[in-house]
Design a protein. Sequence first.
Length: 206
Amino acid sequence: MKKWKCTVCNYIHTGDEPPDICPVCGADKSKFSEVIEEKPDSVNPETTVAEKDVDAPSNILIDLILSNHLHPISVHIPNGVLPVAVFFMFFAALFHAAGFEKAAFYNLIFVLISMPFVLFTGYIEWKKRYNSALTRFFIIKIGCAGIVLLMLLIIILWRILNPDAVFAGSAGRWIFLLFHIVMLGAAGIAGHLGGKLVFGKSDEKS
């Protein structure tokens, strides 16, 4: 059986023909190329060293981000901390627990501080590893990341202006809580799609 590689996300499909749509990133059939095994050419060590010596600092940074998988690592911050923060905020709303509300707020601040690095490494991954593909898959993933950031900014600013925003009697309390749900949902969708990219690289069917 032939093997076909998606040039966007590197998904490997086994079959006589490539799939009409990549099940991982949503790229169409034209983005697949047949995998042909070739013997590696000999590499001149002197040329390799010379090329490394002239690498720009920006290229070195990009190589570090890609080779060390810094985006999948960094994205664990919002994906791990946000559920805790949202749980604390709803617990505070139900039981008027000021301590849980404050803990939720500080957790959200921590996530906001981490977001520039998360988004920057994600942009590098998308640009370099996935060739800036704008399939439906990536549009949804990028959109969800934007929603998370927007909700974070609104929630934190709202909380600064009204420290009692989550408690009973506060104007717009339920809208404030709804923003938490939207933020958590967007983070969950982005995380699910990211998992497909990381773990959905091959098709084992013969």
